[in-house]
Design a binder for this molecule. Sequence first.
Ligand code: APR
Length: 304
Amino acid sequence: MARAKISLIGGGQIGGVLAQLCALRELGDVVLFDIVEGMPQGKMLDIAEVARIDQFDVELKGTNSYADIAGSDIVIVTAGLPRKPGMSRDDLLGVNAKIMKQVSEGIKEFAPDSFVIIISNPLDAMVTLCQKVTGFPPERIIGQAGVLDSNRFCSFIAWELGVSVRDVNAMVLGGHGDTMVPIIRYANVNGIPVMEQLVRKYGSEAKAEEVMTAMVERTKMAGGEVVKLLGNGSAFYSPASSAITMAEAILRDQKRVLPCCALLTGEFGVNNYYVGVPCVMGAGGIEKIVEFELDDEICQTSSF
Ligand code: APR
Protein backbone atom coordinates (compact mmCIF):
# COMPACT_ATOMS: atom_id res chain seq x y z
CA MET A 1 0.00 0.00 0.00
CA ALA A 2 1.34 3.46 -0.88
CA ARG A 3 2.51 5.66 1.96
CA ALA A 4 0.51 8.75 2.85
CA LYS A 5 1.86 12.04 1.52
CA ILE A 6 2.19 15.09 3.73
CA SER A 7 3.11 18.49 2.35
CA LEU A 8 4.36 21.30 4.52
CA ILE A 9 3.98 24.83 3.15
CA GLY A 10 6.52 27.06 4.86
CA GLY A 11 9.92 25.65 5.68
CA GLY A 12 10.88 27.93 8.54
CA GLN A 13 11.12 27.11 12.23
CA ILE A 14 7.81 25.24 12.55
CA GLY A 15 8.08 23.69 9.09
CA GLY A 16 11.45 22.13 9.90
CA VAL A 17 10.24 20.59 13.16
CA LEU A 18 7.08 19.33 11.42
CA ALA A 19 9.20 17.59 8.78
CA GLN A 20 11.35 15.91 11.40
CA LEU A 21 8.33 14.76 13.44
CA CYS A 22 6.60 13.36 10.33
CA ALA A 23 9.75 11.36 9.58
CA LEU A 24 10.32 10.15 13.14
CA ARG A 25 6.71 8.93 13.37
CA GLU A 26 6.75 7.57 9.82
CA LEU A 27 3.49 9.34 9.06
CA GLY A 28 4.24 9.27 5.34
CA ASP A 29 6.41 10.77 2.62
CA VAL A 30 7.01 14.46 3.20
CA VAL A 31 7.38 17.47 0.90
CA LEU A 32 8.65 20.73 2.38
CA PHE A 33 7.80 23.80 0.27
CA ASP A 34 9.19 27.30 0.70
CA ILE A 35 9.75 30.31 -1.55
CA VAL A 36 13.36 30.56 -0.34
CA GLU A 37 15.51 28.63 -2.77
CA GLY A 38 17.70 25.87 -1.40
CA MET A 39 16.51 26.12 2.21
CA PRO A 40 13.74 23.45 2.13
CA GLN A 41 16.00 21.18 0.06
CA GLY A 42 18.79 21.62 2.61
CA LYS A 43 16.54 20.92 5.61
CA MET A 44 15.11 17.77 4.05
CA LEU A 45 18.54 16.49 3.09
CA ASP A 46 19.72 17.13 6.65
CA ILE A 47 16.83 15.13 8.14
CA ALA A 48 17.08 12.36 5.52
CA GLU A 49 20.74 11.79 6.28
CA VAL A 50 19.99 10.49 9.77
CA ALA A 51 17.25 8.08 8.66
CA ARG A 52 19.48 5.16 9.65
CA ILE A 53 19.97 6.45 13.20
CA ASP A 54 16.34 7.50 13.59
CA GLN A 55 15.11 4.34 11.88
CA PHE A 56 12.57 5.70 9.45
CA ASP A 57 11.69 4.69 5.89
CA VAL A 58 9.96 7.65 4.29
CA GLU A 59 10.90 9.88 1.38
CA LEU A 60 11.71 13.50 2.12
CA LYS A 61 11.81 16.22 -0.50
CA GLY A 62 12.43 19.96 -0.31
CA THR A 63 11.01 22.10 -3.09
CA ASN A 64 10.17 25.55 -4.42
CA SER A 65 7.53 24.20 -6.79
CA TYR A 66 3.86 23.72 -5.91
CA ALA A 67 3.68 20.92 -8.48
CA ASP A 68 5.50 18.72 -5.95
CA ILE A 69 2.59 18.80 -3.49
CA ALA A 70 0.34 16.98 -6.00
CA GLY A 71 -1.43 13.98 -4.48
CA SER A 72 -0.99 15.18 -0.88
CA ASP A 73 -3.26 13.61 1.70
CA ILE A 74 -2.53 16.35 4.21
CA VAL A 75 -1.11 19.85 3.80
CA ILE A 76 0.11 21.75 6.85
CA VAL A 77 0.58 25.50 6.39
CA THR A 78 3.07 27.57 8.36
CA ALA A 79 3.93 30.08 5.64
CA GLY A 80 3.96 33.63 6.95
CA LEU A 81 5.72 35.91 9.36
CA PRO A 82 5.96 35.06 13.05
CA ARG A 83 5.50 37.63 15.82
CA LYS A 84 8.25 39.80 17.24
CA PRO A 85 8.26 40.88 20.90
CA GLY A 86 5.47 43.39 21.56
CA MET A 87 3.38 42.29 18.56
CA SER A 88 -0.06 40.70 18.80
CA ARG A 89 -1.05 37.91 16.41
CA ASP A 90 -3.46 40.36 14.75
CA ASP A 91 -0.53 42.64 13.82
CA LEU A 92 0.45 39.95 11.29
CA LEU A 93 -2.88 40.12 9.44
CA GLY A 94 -1.95 42.34 6.47
CA VAL A 95 1.24 40.59 5.44
CA ASN A 96 0.16 37.04 6.23
CA ALA A 97 -3.19 37.40 4.45
CA LYS A 98 -1.34 38.06 1.18
CA ILE A 99 0.84 35.00 1.75
CA MET A 100 -2.14 32.83 2.73
CA LYS A 101 -4.03 33.80 -0.42
CA GLN A 102 -1.07 32.70 -2.58
CA VAL A 103 -0.64 29.47 -0.60
CA SER A 104 -4.35 28.64 -0.76
CA GLU A 105 -4.34 29.07 -4.54
CA GLY A 106 -1.38 26.69 -4.75
CA ILE A 107 -3.16 24.10 -2.61
CA LYS A 108 -6.39 24.45 -4.57
CA GLU A 109 -4.60 23.87 -7.87
CA PHE A 110 -2.18 21.10 -6.91
CA ALA A 111 -3.68 19.31 -3.90
CA PRO A 112 -7.45 19.66 -4.34
CA ASP A 113 -8.31 16.53 -2.36
CA SER A 114 -6.12 17.23 0.66
CA PHE A 115 -6.97 17.94 4.26
CA VAL A 116 -5.44 21.30 5.25
CA ILE A 117 -4.20 22.14 8.73
CA ILE A 118 -3.29 25.78 9.22
CA ILE A 119 -0.89 27.11 11.83
CA SER A 120 -0.09 30.58 10.40
CA ASN A 121 -1.32 33.53 12.46
CA PRO A 122 -3.64 35.27 13.07
CA LEU A 123 -5.06 31.77 13.04
CA ASP A 124 -8.81 32.31 12.93
CA ALA A 125 -8.53 34.79 10.04
CA MET A 126 -6.04 32.65 8.11
CA VAL A 127 -8.26 29.55 8.29
CA THR A 128 -11.29 31.56 7.16
CA LEU A 129 -9.34 32.98 4.22
CA CYS A 130 -7.98 29.59 3.17
CA GLN A 131 -11.47 28.08 3.20
CA LYS A 132 -12.84 30.94 1.10
CA VAL A 133 -10.02 30.79 -1.48
CA THR A 134 -9.92 27.00 -1.83
CA GLY A 135 -13.67 26.42 -1.45
CA PHE A 136 -12.80 23.11 0.25
CA PRO A 137 -15.52 21.67 2.50
CA PRO A 138 -15.14 22.82 6.13
CA GLU A 139 -14.28 19.33 7.39
CA ARG A 140 -11.07 19.55 5.33
CA ILE A 141 -9.88 23.02 6.42
CA ILE A 142 -8.86 23.01 10.06
CA GLY A 143 -6.93 25.43 12.26
CA GLN A 144 -4.39 24.41 14.87
CA ALA A 145 -4.66 26.42 18.04
CA GLY A 146 -6.72 24.61 20.66
CA VAL A 147 -4.48 21.56 20.87
CA LEU A 148 -1.54 23.81 21.74
CA ASP A 149 -3.45 26.19 24.03
CA SER A 150 -4.99 23.22 25.87
CA ASN A 151 -1.61 21.55 26.26
CA ARG A 152 -0.17 24.73 27.70
CA PHE A 153 -3.04 24.92 30.20
CA CYS A 154 -2.54 21.24 31.09
CA SER A 155 1.20 21.84 31.63
CA PHE A 156 0.59 24.72 34.03
CA ILE A 157 -1.94 22.62 35.99
CA ALA A 158 0.47 19.66 36.15
CA TRP A 159 3.33 21.88 37.36
CA GLU A 160 1.09 23.49 39.98
CA LEU A 161 -0.23 20.18 41.33
CA GLY A 162 3.02 18.22 40.97
CA VAL A 163 1.40 15.49 38.86
CA SER A 164 2.16 13.95 35.47
CA VAL A 165 0.77 16.05 32.67
CA ARG A 166 -0.39 12.80 31.06
CA ASP A 167 -3.12 12.57 33.71
CA VAL A 168 -4.35 16.15 33.23
CA ASN A 169 -7.33 16.89 30.99
CA ALA A 170 -8.26 20.48 30.25
CA MET A 171 -9.55 22.25 27.17
CA VAL A 172 -9.09 25.74 25.82
CA LEU A 173 -11.73 26.83 23.31
CA GLY A 174 -12.70 30.02 21.45
CA GLY A 175 -10.25 32.21 19.53
CA HIS A 176 -6.46 31.90 19.39
CA GLY A 177 -5.66 35.11 21.22
CA ASP A 178 -6.70 37.05 24.28
CA THR A 179 -10.28 35.86 23.80
CA MET A 180 -9.44 32.19 24.23
CA VAL A 181 -11.51 30.40 26.85
CA PRO A 182 -9.86 27.90 29.21
CA ILE A 183 -12.68 25.66 30.45
CA ILE A 184 -12.16 25.58 34.19
CA ARG A 185 -15.05 23.51 35.46
CA TYR A 186 -14.11 20.48 33.36
CA ALA A 187 -10.36 20.68 34.06
CA ASN A 188 -9.46 17.49 35.90
CA VAL A 189 -6.70 15.08 36.91
CA ASN A 190 -7.92 11.58 36.08
CA GLY A 191 -11.46 12.79 36.59
CA ILE A 192 -10.88 14.69 39.86
CA PRO A 193 -11.68 18.40 39.37
CA VAL A 194 -8.60 20.64 39.45
CA MET A 195 -10.43 23.28 41.51
CA GLU A 196 -11.19 20.71 44.23
CA GLN A 197 -7.52 19.80 44.39
CA LEU A 198 -6.46 23.43 44.57
CA VAL A 199 -8.88 24.07 47.45
CA ARG A 200 -7.43 21.06 49.32
CA LYS A 201 -3.88 22.20 48.59
CA TYR A 202 -4.37 25.79 49.75
CA GLY A 203 -7.17 25.28 52.28
CA SER A 204 -9.20 28.17 50.91
CA GLU A 205 -11.47 28.78 47.95
CA ALA A 206 -10.20 32.31 47.52
CA LYS A 207 -6.58 31.20 47.20
CA ALA A 208 -7.57 28.35 44.84
CA GLU A 209 -9.38 30.84 42.61
CA GLU A 210 -6.36 33.16 42.65
CA VAL A 211 -4.05 30.32 41.57
CA MET A 212 -6.46 29.17 38.84
CA THR A 213 -6.85 32.72 37.57
CA ALA A 214 -3.07 33.03 37.29
CA MET A 215 -2.90 29.79 35.29
CA VAL A 216 -5.70 30.95 33.00
CA GLU A 217 -3.97 34.28 32.38
CA ARG A 218 -0.63 32.57 31.73
CA THR A 219 -2.33 30.26 29.22
CA LYS A 220 -3.80 33.23 27.36
CA MET A 221 -0.41 34.95 27.20
CA ALA A 222 1.69 31.79 26.77
CA GLY A 223 2.58 32.43 23.13
CA GLY A 224 3.73 35.96 23.99
CA GLU A 225 5.79 34.64 26.92
CA VAL A 226 7.78 32.48 24.48
CA VAL A 227 8.06 35.30 21.91
CA LYS A 228 9.54 37.59 24.57
CA LEU A 229 12.08 35.00 25.71
CA LEU A 230 13.15 34.02 22.19
CA GLY A 231 13.56 37.66 21.19
CA ASN A 232 13.29 36.75 17.53
CA GLY A 233 10.41 34.57 16.33
CA SER A 234 7.67 32.65 18.06
CA ALA A 235 7.04 29.19 19.51
CA PHE A 236 7.87 26.41 17.08
CA TYR A 237 8.30 23.07 18.84
CA SER A 238 4.86 23.18 20.48
CA PRO A 239 2.80 24.27 17.44
CA ALA A 240 4.53 21.59 15.37
CA SER A 241 3.78 18.80 17.86
CA SER A 242 0.18 19.98 18.16
CA ALA A 243 -0.40 19.96 14.40
CA ILE A 244 1.21 16.52 14.12
CA THR A 245 -1.32 15.23 16.69
CA MET A 246 -4.10 16.47 14.39
CA ALA A 247 -2.51 15.05 11.23
CA GLU A 248 -1.97 11.69 12.91
CA ALA A 249 -5.62 11.60 14.05
CA ILE A 250 -6.69 11.98 10.41
CA LEU A 251 -4.11 9.64 8.87
CA ARG A 252 -4.68 6.87 11.41
CA ASP A 253 -8.45 7.48 11.69
CA GLN A 254 -8.10 7.78 15.46
CA LYS A 255 -11.39 9.59 16.26
CA ARG A 256 -9.47 11.73 18.74
CA VAL A 257 -11.48 14.49 20.41
CA LEU A 258 -9.26 17.51 19.84
CA PRO A 259 -9.97 21.21 20.26
CA CYS A 260 -9.62 22.59 16.73
CA CYS A 261 -10.50 25.78 14.91
CA ALA A 262 -13.55 24.63 12.91
CA LEU A 263 -16.25 26.32 10.86
CA LEU A 264 -19.43 26.43 12.93
CA THR A 265 -22.75 26.20 11.15
CA GLY A 266 -25.16 26.58 14.06
CA GLU A 267 -23.21 24.63 16.69
CA PHE A 268 -22.99 26.48 20.02
CA GLY A 269 -25.44 28.98 18.45
CA VAL A 270 -22.73 30.33 16.12
CA ASN A 271 -23.12 30.51 12.37
CA ASN A 272 -20.41 30.81 9.74
CA TYR A 273 -17.45 31.59 11.98
CA TYR A 274 -14.28 29.62 12.60
CA VAL A 275 -14.04 29.01 16.35
CA GLY A 276 -12.02 26.68 18.57
CA VAL A 277 -14.31 23.80 19.61
CA PRO A 278 -13.90 20.11 20.48
CA CYS A 279 -13.92 18.02 17.30
CA VAL A 280 -13.84 14.32 16.54
CA MET A 281 -10.88 13.96 14.18
CA GLY A 282 -10.61 10.93 11.94
CA ALA A 283 -10.25 9.84 8.34
CA GLY A 284 -12.97 12.31 7.35
CA GLY A 285 -11.13 15.26 8.93
CA ILE A 286 -13.52 16.99 11.29
CA GLU A 287 -16.10 14.22 11.57
CA LYS A 288 -18.17 15.81 14.30
CA ILE A 289 -18.23 18.91 16.46
CA VAL A 290 -18.83 17.92 20.07
CA GLU A 291 -21.34 20.31 21.60
CA PHE A 292 -21.91 20.71 25.31
CA GLU A 293 -23.64 23.14 27.64
CA LEU A 294 -21.63 26.34 27.62
CA ASP A 295 -22.48 29.05 30.10
CA ASP A 296 -20.71 31.78 32.05
CA GLU A 297 -20.20 29.46 34.98
CA ILE A 298 -18.16 27.01 32.90
CA CYS A 299 -16.01 29.62 31.22
CA GLN A 300 -15.37 32.50 33.55
CA THR A 301 -12.68 32.64 36.12
CA SER A 302 -14.86 34.88 38.25
CA SER A 303 -17.40 32.17 39.02
CA PHE A 304 -15.82 28.90 40.05
N1 APR B 1 4.86 30.86 0.39
C1 APR B 1 5.49 29.89 1.11
N2 APR B 1 6.28 30.15 2.16
C2 APR B 1 6.42 31.42 2.51
C3 APR B 1 5.78 32.49 1.84
C4 APR B 1 4.98 32.16 0.72
N3 APR B 1 4.34 33.10 0.03
N4 APR B 1 6.14 33.64 2.44
C5 APR B 1 6.94 33.33 3.46
N5 APR B 1 7.13 31.99 3.50
C6 APR B 1 7.96 31.20 4.41
C7 APR B 1 9.24 31.92 4.81
O1 APR B 1 10.21 31.86 3.78
C8 APR B 1 9.65 31.14 6.06
O2 APR B 1 10.56 30.11 5.75
O3 APR B 1 7.31 30.95 5.64
C9 APR B 1 8.32 30.53 6.55
C10 APR B 1 7.93 30.99 7.94
O4 APR B 1 8.90 30.51 8.81
P1 APR B 1 9.37 31.33 10.10
O5 APR B 1 9.62 32.75 9.72
O6 APR B 1 10.49 30.57 10.72
O7 APR B 1 8.08 31.31 11.02
P2 APR B 1 7.54 30.12 11.98
O8 APR B 1 8.10 30.31 13.34
O9 APR B 1 7.72 28.82 11.32
O10 APR B 1 5.99 30.52 12.07
C11 APR B 1 5.17 30.49 10.93
O11 APR B 1 3.17 30.08 12.18
O12 APR B 1 2.71 30.12 14.50
C12 APR B 1 2.65 30.84 13.27
O13 APR B 1 2.79 33.13 13.98
C13 APR B 1 3.48 32.09 13.32
O14 APR B 1 2.57 33.05 11.32
C14 APR B 1 3.68 32.37 11.85
C15 APR B 1 3.77 30.97 11.24
